[in-house]
Design a binder for this molecule. Structure first.
Ligand code: AMP
Ligand code: ZN
Length: 494
């Protein structure tokens, strides 16, 4: 019996529960581990350590991947909005089975191949207004820590080198120590046949088995290998995240995120490795709060290149959509509800965002450079909604009620410049979480377009409405719309 303490009970201390109350209403978040919405209480008051499993850099990331990363960004921004200091870590998986295969097929070096996709990923990430994580550890830069963690698991008797020279995690030994394998994925061992060993990084729940921590070098690995006490080889995918997250955030931290497909085996194996190493203080878990985002479907189906419904961010940008519009669409639904991406939905996002931009433009004009503190209603309704497990639907409901109300006041001309400035400040305050920002400054209209607008003004003054309508049509064909505002007509790029 190894007698380690890594599987101890979670508890909320008196100090923590006080902190929940002192923050006002508590922020509540679903925890996959308990399968319930819980008050979010970090291990250290005011500070949050958050780890999100990052991209495997073997291709351009698709919009499903970005749904998960934007969700992590939204959660980080909301925690910051609620006064927590967040340390956001996202790893870059730059060595694993799919990457090795691609390196072999392309004949490129590992660093050259993964470097290209890492750069592309970060460009896309920025285009979607995601805040860069504070740390972006690459697996290949942590091989020493990974080896040390595997050595510890071997010392503790729960990892072993098999005849194929690879090192595996022993599920039986781990369970024999009183630890529960399968708690995150809710596996029922009584009903399962446990396989002997699995070397691939991804496997189904049905084939639960000892999984690889260190994969012995084989001919297909080419130049991708590192020396280790067990011979040349490379780390398994799961141990990479255990080693990097604990190295940077400590052996117990607050939040671990990823898409729902990572619950098993990836996150289950992370718990087993990290708690199996028993580096945690008594009574502490590896991770307090596990959060998973539901998947994105496209036109009702799982994305697949063969179905022609597979989109990278770049595909959508090429079709003329902006990162802001795509971000808006992806944060319009609750993170635990699977989301169906459609082009109709994306056009709808463009229209809805246009209404917000339009209002902000009018408020900016009316405020005429005045600054004021935010009106309290919008932030209060927003916070009440988001405190409830990031209920974005309710939060957007509050935003659109507010938009409606401001437009009503503008139309009735009952809004003063200082009130307009306060309304703008309220939007900017909640937008720290939505992260949509303002649209890029509108393009200067070319001289022929402004000349047409002037001609239209003259036509209207002389009540030649037929000519005025024709000019509107001509402007539209040149890509410009006219908006009649209290301050006169304005040109807007379509
Ligand atoms: P990968 O690069 O495949 O390791 O995936 C990066 C992240 O994207 C992980 O958190 C996955 O769970 C997530 N992910 C993969 N496919 C989808 C999808 N269709 N919808 C949402 N998230 C996804
Ligand atoms: Zn991971």
């Amino acid at each position: 019996m190894l007698g380690f303490s890594g599987c101890g009970l979670d508890f909320i201390s008196i100090r923590d529960s006080f902190r929940v109350q002192s923050l006002g209403m508590s922020f509540r978040l679903f925890n996959t581990l308990s399968r319930s919405v819980e008050p979010f209480v970090p291990l250290t008051p005011h500070h949050v350590g958050m780890y999100c499993c990052g991209p495997t850099v073997h291709n351009f990331a698709h919009i499903g991947n970005f749904r998960t990363f934007i969700f992590a960004d939204l959660l980080r921004r909301y925690l910051t909005f609620r006064g927590f200091e967040v340390q956001h870590v996202m790893n870059i998986t730059d060595v694993e089975d799919k990457i090795i295969k691609a390196v072999r097929l392309t004949g490129r070096t590992l660093a050259d191949f993964t470097g290209e996709y890492e750069r592309a990923f970060l460009e896309d990430f920025d285009a979607l207004h995601c805040l860069r994580p504070h740390k972006l550890p690459r697996a290949t830069e942590f091989v020493g820590d990974i080896v040390a963690l595997i050595e510890r698991l071997i010392e503790r008797g729960i990892a072993y080198q098999a005849p194929d020279r690879s090192v595996y995690f022993s599920i039986d030994k781990y369970r024999g120590c009183g630890c529960r394998y399968g708690q995150l994925a809710n596996l029922n061992f009584e009903e399962m046949r446990v396989g002997e060993r699995v070397s691939s990084d991804e496997y189904a729940k049905e084939s639960v088995a000892d999984f690889a921590l260190w994969k012995a070098r084989v001919a297909d690995d080419g130049d991708v290998f590192w020396p280790s006490p067990w011979g040349d080889g490379r780390p398994g995918w799961h141990i990479e995240c255990s080693a990097m997250s604990m190295k940077i955030l400590g052996s117990s931290f607050d939040l671990h995120l990823g898409g729902e497909d990572l619950i098993f085996p990836h996150h289950e194996d992370e718990i087993a490795q990290s708690e199996g190493a028993s580096l945690q203080q008594p009574g502490q878990r590896f991770v307090k709060h596990w959060v998973h985002g539901a998947h994105l479907l496209v036109e009702g189906q799982k994305m697949a290149k063969s179905l022609g419904n597979y989109f990278t961010l770049r595909d959508l940008l090429t079709k003329g959509f902006s990162g802001r519009e795509i971000r808006y669409l992806l944060i319009s639904a609750h993170y635990r509800a699977s989301f169906n991406f459609t082009f109709e939905g994306l056009h709808g996002a463009r229209t809805a965002l246009g209404h917000i931009d339009e209002l902000n433009l009018k408020l900016t004009e009316l405020a005429a450079g005045l600054t004021a503190s935010p009106t309290p209603e919008l932030p209060a309704h927003f916070t009440e909604a988001m405190d409830d497990d990031l209920n974005v639907s309710k939060a957007w409901g509050a935003v659109f009620n507010w938009v409606h109300e401001q437009n009503r006041k503008l139309a009735a001309e009952t809004l003063t410049p200082i009130e307009a400035a306060s309304a703008l400040a309220a939007w900017n305050h909640v937008d720290q979480v939505f992260g949509l920002g303002h649209p890029p400054a509108s393009e200067e209209a070319p001289a022929e377009v402004t000349a047409l607008l002037e001609e239209r003004q003259l036509a209207r003054q002389s009540k030649n409405f037929a000519r005025s309508d024709t000019i509107r049509g001509e402007l539209k064909s040149k890509g410009w719309a006219i908006e009649d505002t209290p301050k006169g007509p304005r040109l807007k790029k379509i």
